[in-house]
Design a protein around this ligand. Structure first.
Ligand code: NDP
Length: 497
């Protein structure tokens, strides 16, 4: 059932009052009747009113997910039929690509060119990749040493999966969570971030249109402290998958303890990006710009700790400063915009607070360090900011800022920079720029991070596993690695005597 059948433009979708939530195949208002506003961060204006899920709605959604998991069509579908449904979602995303890109940009603020070129195509790709896995969830035959026993394993779905996602890549995060869970035969209750609920809900309509049975996918916008917490603690949820801050990740672990839900967490980062003197410097400087300023720095893998060898430090700093000054700030929906607004007033305050702390602790911005003025003052814009004179122990060099703010620090030796890069509670990503093959392999081995990029940054593919070391989380998304997160292994012993 589509929410409104004519919703092929953002304005048609946004015209609903309120935009409803998806529970058991029905588009419904919150049990409490409450709604919340979602804001356009480029202007600070309200985009739409959205139904606000709370514990009672989560209860209904979990019950719908359980019914769909245990009975009805879903458990009877063949793997091939499940795969076709996922493939159909990818087709529908492509058919509605422009509408989804515009909605994403309006709600999140990101430049439309990235919504068009990155967010929407990679979302479709994710559904296609996992459509293929539905038919390949194989068990094993085990050569046990007990006479007359035939022993094999089955990979079975977990059950009802709760998924909580952040606001930085709303559509992509929804696909990272939904596609593998559904390929494995689970049912899902998804809570998008309060700042960016729109594209997940529109995706919900496309999922209904693709023909998924009622209750297999439930999408409930609402606040973390109420809807999110109720989902994480719910005794009827078998597994919880979370992407967001490390702080909330820890709360999820505590909340999941009562019924010992399986948990996977993709959390924060403070990723080191290291430029050696033998790198192609122009290329590395551009790479370092992309590493920090893509998506306004609101990326869990953002290259926010830049180490430049002391012999190239000045060139790196001045090269980046020049490029940052030329960046085109503007509303996301303007096709010439390179850097959009931050997602919310709260995030703006947070980032400006870190900038103030950086200055107070003695670091110096070579550019930026302030909000954008003029027409942009009404939105949540921060100028691209590059900090010089930074020490490893400063707050801005240790904590995740999640904004267009990079600290640049010099280094001298390979071992020294590897040790400093690893001095973090986080271990999500790292990058190295060098043309020396020995350094490449030494650094890949030395860096304690779930992904290491060499002479590139922010590469993602549905086939390549992604996830964190240390307090950047546990479990992996993407690739076949994520199948472990959404299946459980059953071992069967058959006595042949
Ligand atoms: P959160 O970690 O609070 O939000 C992520 C998701 O968790 C949202 O859907 C949120 O809901 C939900 N949530 C919040 N509290 C709870 C709870 N107690 N139980 C269950 N779910 C909850 O991130 P913020 O939006 O507050 O951003 C703060 C900082 O977190 C950023 O500055 C950044 O450093 C980091 N962050 C990291 C991300 C990453 O990809 N690693 C992504 C987003 C943020 P709601 O939206 O209603 O709060």
């Amino acid at each position: 059932m589509a929410n409104i059948e004519t919703a092929t433009t953002p304005s048609a979708f946004l015209a609903q009052h309120p935009i409803k939530m998806l529970i058991g195949g029905q588009w419904v208002e919150a049990a409490s009747g409450k709604t919340f506003d979602t804001i356009n961060p480029s202007t600070g204006q309200v985009l739409a009113k959205v139904a606000q899920a709370e514990a009672e709605d989560i209860d209904r959604a979990v019950a719908a997910g359980r019914r769909a998991f245990e009975s009805g069509q879903w458990p009877k579908l063949t793997p091939s039929q499940r795969g076709r449904l996922l493939w159909k979602v990818a087709d529908l995303i492509e058919q509605h690509a422009e509408e989804l890109a515009e909605l994403e940009t309006l709600d999140n603020g990101k430049p439309i060119k990235y919504s068009r070129l990155v967010d929407v195509p990679l979302t479709a790709d994710h559904f296609r990749y996992f459509a293929g896995w539905a038919t390949k969830l194989e068990g094993e035959t085990i050569p046990v040493s007990v006479p007359n026993m035939f022993t094999y394993t089955l990979r079975e779905p977990m059950g009802v999966v709760g998924q909580i996602i952040p606001w930085n890549f709303p559509l992509q995060m929804a696909s990272w969570k939904l596609a593998p869970a559904l390929a494995c035969g689970n049912t899902v209750v998804l809570k998008p971030a309060e700042q960016t609920p729109l594209t997940a809900l529109r995706l919900g309509e496309l999922i209904c249109e693709a023909g998924f049975p009622d209750g297999v996918v439930n999408i409930l916008p609402g606040f973390g402290e109420t809807a999110g917490a109720a989902l994480a603690a719910h005794p009827g949820v078998d597994k919880i998958a979370f992407t967001g801050s490390t702080e909330v990740g820890k709360k999820i672990v505590h909340a999941s303890a009562d019924n010992l839900k399986k948990v996977t967490l993709e959390l924060g980062g403070k990723s080191p990006n290291i430029i050696f003197p033998d790198a192609d410097l122009k290329f590395a400087v551009r790479g370092a710009m992309n590493a920090i300023f893509f998506n306004q720095g609101q990326v869990c893998t953002a290259g926010s700790r830049l180490f430049a060898h002391k012999s190239v430090y000045d060139s790196v700093l001045s090269g980046m400063t020049d490029l940052a000054r030329k960046m085109n700030l503007g509303p996301g929906i303007d096709p010439t915009t390179e850097l959009g607004p931050l997602v919310s007033q709260e995030q703006l305050d947070r980032v400006m607070n870190y900038i103030a702390i950086g200055k107070r602790e003695g670091a110096t911005p070579t550019t930026g360090g302030e909000r954008a003025e003029g027409d942009l003052a009404q939105g949540y814009f921060v100028k691209p900011t590059i900090f010089d004179r930074v020490a490893d122990d400063m707050t801005i060099a240790r904590e995740e800022i999640f904004g267009p703010v990079v600290v640049v620090m010099p280094f001298e030796e390979v071992e020294e920079v590897a040790a400093r890069a690893n001095q973090s509670i986080y271990g999500l990503a790292a990058a190295v720029w060098t043309n020396d093959v020995k350094k490449v392999h030494k650094m890949v081995a030395a860096l304690k991070a779930g992904v290491v990029w060499v002479n590139t940054y922010n590469q993602f593919d549905a086939a390549a596993p992604f996830g964190g070391y240390k307090q950047s989380g546990y479990g992996r998304e993407m690739g076949h690695a994520v199948l472990d997160a959404y299946t459980q292994t059953k071992t069967a012993w058959i006595n042949l005597r």
